[in-house]
Design a protein around this ligand. Structure first.
Ligand SMILES: Cc1cc2nc3c(=O)[nH]c(=O)nc-3n(C[C@H](O)[C@H](O)[C@H](O)COP(=O)(O)OP(=O)(O)OC[C@H]3O[C@@H](n4cnc5c(N)ncnc54)[C@H](O)[C@@H]3O)c2cc1C
Length: 440
């Protein structure tokens, strides 16, 4: 490849903080809140102009279940709290039986999950960060970590003011693609993603037929274009793309949008319109950390350093796994923690950890760890894990699998009136009955 030499130059230090969170998706928001609540100064840098990441700008407004399908609420802490922040100023579809956050519901009428309104969620997240005392910088793209050996001093950013630096004692990489950790030299794994794009549609004819319903979600539908992750797409002939290269992102965006356009050309008629489109490409898993430890997908197995239990959100009943602290840190880099869909979990574990509740959970883990490490003057590798476990447990996180949930997958599944998600939404959770590349 042809190259040129970039000129050396002095750049201003735009800010100094204790914890710097890169990326304002739900993992980054959780990391920032957790760090701030543990008494340190926090700045969050976000390249777009809204918080929520894929959950808002990527249109994935379905907060998957935090119960095991058998009536047990498995997540507390921020994974539960943020679900309620997401729907604070709009509708939600949380079944009545879960509204008071019980640990156990004898006969649940549905899963503890939630669909939320995207603009209202964006504004609720703005307010949430303000209330937590987090400084948020929008329209600020992180380019490079500033490394001194195994330590990160901060990052170089680009925004409307030009190029500058933010310095910090600890960094949380919550950018979704492990860009910061990778550029800092951490060992990572990359993966290609299937193509998809979702758009809200307005269909006046359908609304006329359903006027009896006052429910917004019954009247405004999300339309899905592209491939589903839960079927074998190998025969589809549709390319998959890396979300970690400029060409990969561009090819992905062009193809996914052309699918939506194809549909519009065929279905353009009075009374029908697309209302919105995602402004983040809908990449699922792109690049992840291969950390000090990998999460083990072994049902019921005890992890001495577990920092919380996690589930594959779509499973019913859901097997329960313990998530080890060392899966958010690198073997060598002392002060960059991972949060969200890029933590250290291989194979099926990676797919499990990308659900919104799990991203928020690892955000809380990394934000808390960063703050505690600053307060005790240690590296992330030197952190007292018992103190971290205690801190998380105090917020409602379940650290180890309760005895009665160790063999969940062998139990009889619960039948619910409605399956996962709303009929009006095409999501990861619905089963696929057509050809691989299709309009829903
Ligand atoms: C099509 C699709 C369907 C899905 N369906 C569901 C579902 O139904 N329910 C569910 O729970 N999960 C679902 N998921 C998974 C889930 O939406 C995501 O894994 C999760 O929202 C990721 O959160 P995150 O905070 O880790 O990352 P992201 O949401 O990707 O956030 C990363 C943030 O970092 C910012 N950023 C990136 N680079 C930089 C940089 N250099 N400088 C500054 N900021 C930067 C981005 O702008 C973004 O705001 C789905 C995902 C996809 C793609």
């Amino acid at each position: 490849m042809k190259t040129i030499t970039e000129e050396r130059r002095e750049i201003p230090v735009a800010g100094e903080t204790d914890v710097l969170v890169i990326g304002g998706g739900l993992a980054g928001v959780a990391a920032a809140a957790a760090a701030a609540r543990n008494g340190v100064k926090v700045t969050l840098l976000e390249k777009t102009i809204a918080l929520g990441g894929l959950a808002t700008l990527g249109h994935v407004c379905v907060y998957l279940p935090i119960d095991d399908g058998l009536g047990h609420r498995l997540y507390g802490g921020l994974a539960e709290e943020l679900m309620h922040v997401c729907h604070r100023y709009s509708y939600d579809d949380i079944p009545e039986c879960w509204k008071d956050s019980p640990w156990y519901v004898e006969n649940p009428t549905g899963r503890y999950q939630c669909t939320f309104n995207i603009p209202a969620c964006v504004m609720a997240l703005d307010e949430y960060m303000e209330q937590e005392g987090v400084k948020v910088m929008f329209d600020t793209s992180v380019c490079l970590p500033i490394m001194e050996g195994n330590r990160c001093r901060g990052v170089i950013v680009e925004n409307k003011s030009g190029r500058s630096a933010y310095l910090a004692k600890m960094v949380v990489d919550a950018c979704g693609d492990a860009d910061v950790l990778f550029r800092a030299g951490a060992e990572c794994e990359t993966q290609k993603s299937i193509v998809s794009t979702w758009t809200y549609e307005l269909d006046v004819d359908r609304i006329k037929n359903e006027t009896a319903s006052n429910e917004v979600l019954a009247n405004i539908r999300m339309r899905w274009f592209g491939l589903r992750p839960d079927v074998d797409n190998s025969g589809s002939g549709v390319p998959t793309f890396y979300g970690t290269t400029a060409d990969g992102v561009n090819d992905y965006v062009h193809l996914s949008r052309s699918l939506a356009l194809e549909y519009l050309k065929k279905h353009d008629r009075p009374g029908y319109a697309f209302m919105t489109m995602p402004t983040l490409p809908q990449f699922r898993n792109t690049r992840r950390l291969k950390g000090l430890r990998e999460m083990q997908v072994i049902e019921g197995q005890r992890e001495e350093h577990s920092v919380g239990i996690v589930i594959p959100s779509l499973a019913n009943p859901a097997p329960v796994y313990e998530f080890p602290y060392e899966a958010v840190i690198d073997k060598r880099i002392e002060n960059i923690a991972a949060a969200g869909r890029m933590v250290s979990a291989g194979g099926i574990g990676w797919a499990i950890m990308r659900s919104i509740p799990n991203c928020v959970f690892t955000g809380q883990v990394s934000g808390t760890a960063a703050a505690l490490a600053i307060r005790s003057g240690v590296t992330l590798q030197g952190l007292n894990v018992e103190a971290l476990q205690q801190n998380l447990a105090d917020t409602g996180v379940v650290i180890h699998i309760p005895e009665e949930l160790k063999h969940n997958s062998e139990k009889e599944p619960r039948k619910y009136e409605r399956a996962l998600g709303l009929a009006s939404l095409a999501t990861d959770s619905l089963s696929y009955h057509g050809k691989a590349l299709s309009e829903h």
